[in-house]
Design a protein. Structure first.
Length: 881
């Protein structure tokens, strides 16, 4: 099938090019004629066009907006000119009887017949096919292609029928010709309409050309149409057309769209089955147009009813169906304008502080536009603000003012001012709140200065005044709570000191020191507790040292007695073993008991210390009653009265612990004056002395009498020295000396035992009994006792006061041990002499380091101690011998 393009270049040249390309892909470029591609230079265009139109089967007349109105140079419409090519081509198609299909481009309507030249007015009698741009171009071109294929098929069948008819001459009908019935095969007269045997129809009209055709024939003898297929297509077309009319008759657009959704797939399947049937393609286009119109009607109805969000959704769906819809674009712009203006009006109400009206407007806006995220967020915020304003104004603010919560009142007033909420007494209430807060801040600063001064009761008073001014002053509440807790703890400490529960008092002092509590009573109570703890600790060390010394003396005495008794009476080994084990312990217990009973003032305190430490109050009461005749115990009611004394200075001053008792016996001290003289004699300043309590967490006392010292806190003058602190210093030095002597004695006993007995047992266990007879081997191994002694001394002293100078003890011990090894190898009998010299050297170095004195002075003191000890032992041993 050949096609001829009739178009005007000034009108639809671009669209003609697109349509030419599409048709070339379907029918081939050689079967399509255009003036641009087909005319050659030098051709007579009228003759060529006349010939081309005559050779074509279908002429496509493409009309645009300027097809009718285009004018020539003289201003005359070109379509009315005699030399117009478009008009000439159409007239040629009419002369040769070619099929002409008008194509309406650019959404134009069919021109009126009277506006056309008379020679081509017949063009408006043909059915036109619209060729729209945009998303509908493909559908319209597909419809045109289907129509052209149908025409081509019809032309092909017609050409075949004509060729067959020309090749076979028609039979000459007889005078009495008959027609065979297609139902009963009876021979009927040709002039009859129905069979005389069965009554069936003998003739049918061709649906294509209307020619009378025998019912038994398959094709029309006039146009060559397949009669059965054409009847089927007509039935499908009629049925689909009725359905389309019923759908179009539905008034409600929503129901109409639902019916279109059902009819659309059926029509699409029918079009796929009969793709070359133009009426079905036209119905599909009509159905799409109906769907677009229904979508627009539904959107318009939602817009007119005020459902703007739903209308916006429908218009957007319409834009997807028809991107060039002007109505949808205008309505979408109007909906957006309404939404923006409504939200701006709500923002304006919020800016004026009208939150209640703003909430109402936002609720209405969300009813119209449920998916407006900004409006929903603003509604939530405004609802919270409105609820808070309703709570505060006016009852909430009055309640805060009545409860004196001026900090919260100031915050709420400033917040209301920021929200631009009008309040009647705003300036008055804000001024009052700020004055109260300023006064409370001044009082709180005074309270903080009192905290640094350690006046807890004044701190409590000022904190109460702050809370009277501003009830929600959180810092003042915390300060009052901490001051009350500290005051309670200090009173408890005073009561424990007066009841002589020094262990509990000492633990409480450490707790207050860790908490950083400042109070004028605390240094005096801490010093008193420290004095008692140090004195009792010294007494315990004294008893321990006496027990060790008694054990050593008893050991020496038992050896002396056993040697005398063994030579005179010849006792058995069991008696000797019993005496060697009982005598040292008996002498130790006897010496300790005598000293303990000889110090009546320390008896009660030592028992109190141990039992208070173990929390055995009932046993403590029973044992305390045994020494009631010699104690200075304060009655319980007097202690309670002293603890409840409102004056902190008097409460600390009446405490008997503030006046340290004078210790008697072997561990007795010489008093404050003696302590000062002893420290000056040794060259050590009181400030350099650090007692045992300082290592446990106390601050080292300043006894120089400067400002801020414990002595000035106790009520003395700046130049006076607190006797309590001097007593503490003296007892600290005594405790250090006693501890040194105790450790030396204990380590000497252990080292001596290791050197004498342990090595003998170890050698027998490790090797055999024969090795025990080798005195040289035993003597060689015994010098290790000096190294053990030096190691223990160095470890204990460096742990108490870590200094590099304590390493001299370990060096002296190692050097002495090396000398003992050499002497044991060369002169075994002189090993004990070298061991004694090493022990003396260790004691001298330790004493010199402990008391910070020269070594020669320590040697001199050691010689005096040895001479005194020999004289004492001689006094005891000579009568026994």
């Amino acid at each position: 099938m050949k096609l001829f393009f009739n178009y005007r270049r000034e009108d639809t040249e671009d669209l003609a090019g697109r349509l030419h390309d599409r048709l070339c892909s379907e029918f081939g470029a050689e079967n399509i004629f255009t003036d641009v591609a087909s005319l050659r230079g030098g051709d007579e265009w009228k003759a060529v066009l006349e010939k081309s139109v005559q050779a074509s089967d279908v002429v496509l007349a493409l009309m645009g907006r300027q097809w009718l109105t285009c004018v020539n140079k003289s201003g005359e419409p070109r379509l009315f000119a005699e030399d117009d090519i478009v008009r000439f081509e159409l007239e040629a198609a009419r002369r040769h009887g070619r099929l002409v299909i008008p194509l309406l481009a650019q959404d134009i309507k069919e021109p009126e017949k009277h506006k056309l030249p008379p020679s081509i007015q017949w063009l408006m009698d043909y059915q036109a096919i619209p060729i729209r741009s945009g998303g509908f171009f493909r559908d319209d071109v597909a419809r045109l292609v289907g129509e052209l294929k149908r025409i081509g098929e019809r032309l092909r069948i017609k050409a075949e029928f004509q060729a067959q008819a020309a090749a076979t001459p028609p039979p000459q009908p007889a005078a009495n010709s008959t027609v065979r019935c297609s139902v009963c095969t009876a021979e009927c007269d040709k002039g009859s309409q129905c069979c005389h045997s069965c009554g069936a129809a003998l003739w049918n009209d061709c649906p294509g050309c209307g020619t009378r055709v025998q019912r038994a024939l398959a094709y029309c003898t006039s146009c060559g149409t397949h009669l059965a297929r054409l009847r089927e297509l007509n039935e499908v077309t009629e049925r689909t057309g009725r359905s389309l009319v019923l759908v179009a008759a539905i008034s409600d657009p929503t129901e109409r769209l639902a019916a279109i959704a059902v009819l659309g797939p059926e029509l699409e399947a029918t079009v796929q089955a009969y793709a070359d049937h133009p009426p079905l393609l036209e119905m599909r286009i009509r159905l799409r147009e109906l769907s677009r119109d229904s979508q627009r009607d539904r959107a318009d109805r939602a817009f007119q009813s005020g459902q703007l969000a739903l209308a916006e959704q429908y218009y957007r769906e319409l834009r997807q169906l028809d991107p060039l819809s002007v109505v949808a674009a205008e309505r979408l712009q109007e909906i957006e304008s309404r939404r923006t203006s409504a939200f701006a009006r709500c923002r304006e109400l919020v800016g004026r502080g009208s939150y209640k009206r703003a909430v109402e407007e936002l609720q209405q806006l969300l009813q119209v536009f449920p998916g407006h995220a900004e409006a929903a967020s603003e509604l939530q915020r405004c609802s919270g603000i409105a609820a808070r304003i309703q709570t505060l104004v006016p009852d909430g603010l009055r309640e805060l003012r009545r409860q004196r919560k001026y900090l919260q009142l100031e915050r709420e007033l400033i917040w209301l001012r920021d929200q631009r909420v009008p309040i009647r007494n705003f300036d008055e209430w804000l001024t009052e709140a700020r004055e109260r807060i300023q006064k409370a801040n001044s009082l709180f600063q005074n309270a903080e200065s009192e905290v640094r001064s350690g006046r807890l009761r004044q701190v409590q008073k000022l904190a109460d005044e702050v809370l009277q001014e501003v009830a929600d002053f959180t810092a003042a509440q915390d300060l009052l709570k901490s001051a009350g807790s500290a005051e309670t703890t200090v009173r408890q400490l005073n009561l424990l000191v007066q009841r002589k529960h020094f262990c509990k008092a000492y633990q409480l002092v450490l707790q207050l020191e860790r908490q950083g509590v400042l109070d004028s009573r605390l240094p005096k109570l801490a010093a008193a507790t420290r004095v008692e703890i140090t004195a009792l600790d010294s007494a315990l060390r004294t008893l321990l040292m006496l027990a060790v010394v008694g054990f050593v003396a008893g050991k020496f005495l038992s050896e002396l007695l056993l040697s005398t008794v063994g030579k005179t009476s010849g006792g058995s080994s069991e008696e000797v073993a019993f005496l060697s084990s009982v005598v040292p312990w008996g002498v130790s217990m006897l010496l300790t008991g005598v000293v303990f009973l000889a110090t009546p003032l320390r008896q009660e305190k030592l028992i109190r210390l141990v039992l208070d430490w173990l929390r055995m109050r009932l046993l403590w009461q029973a044992l305390l009653s045994l020494f009631r005749w010699r104690s200075r115990r304060i009655p319980e009611d007097q202690a309670e009265a002293a603890a409840a004394d409102p004056e902190p200075e008097k409460s600390a001053a009446v405490s008997p612990a503030a006046v340290p008792p004078v210790a008697t016996g072997t561990a007795g001290a010489t008093g404050a004056t003696g302590a000062a003289q002893s420290t000056s004699a040794t060259g050590v300043k009181p400030n350099d002395v650090q007692g045992r309590a300082a290592a446990d967490g106390f601050r080292r006392p300043d006894v120089s009498g400067g400002a801020g010292s414990a002595g000035s806190m106790a009520g003395n003058s700046q130049n006076a020295v607190d006797p309590v602190l001097l007593r503490s210093v003296d007892l600290n030095r005594q405790a250090a000396l006693l501890e040194l002597l105790t450790v030396i004695a204990a380590v000497f006993c252990v080292a001596n035992s290791l050197g004498a007995d342990f090595w003998d047992w170890l050698l027998r266990l490790k090797f055999d009994d024969s090795l025990a007879d080798d005195s040289r081997s035993i003597v060689i191994l015994r010098p290790l006792k000096s190294l053990i002694l030096a190691s223990v001394l160095w470890f204990s002293m460096s742990a108490a006061e870590p200094q590099q100078s304590w390493r001299r003890i370990l060096k002296v011990g190692a050097l002495g041990t090396l000398c003992e090894f050499i002497v044991a190898i060369l002169f075994p009998s002189m090993t004990w002499v070298m061991g004694s010299l090493t022990l003396v050297a260790l004691l001298v170095v330790t004493a010199a380091q402990m008391f910070e004195i020269p070594v020669r002075r320590a040697v001199f003191g050691m010689l005096l101690a040895v001479v005194g000890g020999l004289l004492s032992m001689s006094t005891v041993a000579i009568p026994l011998l």
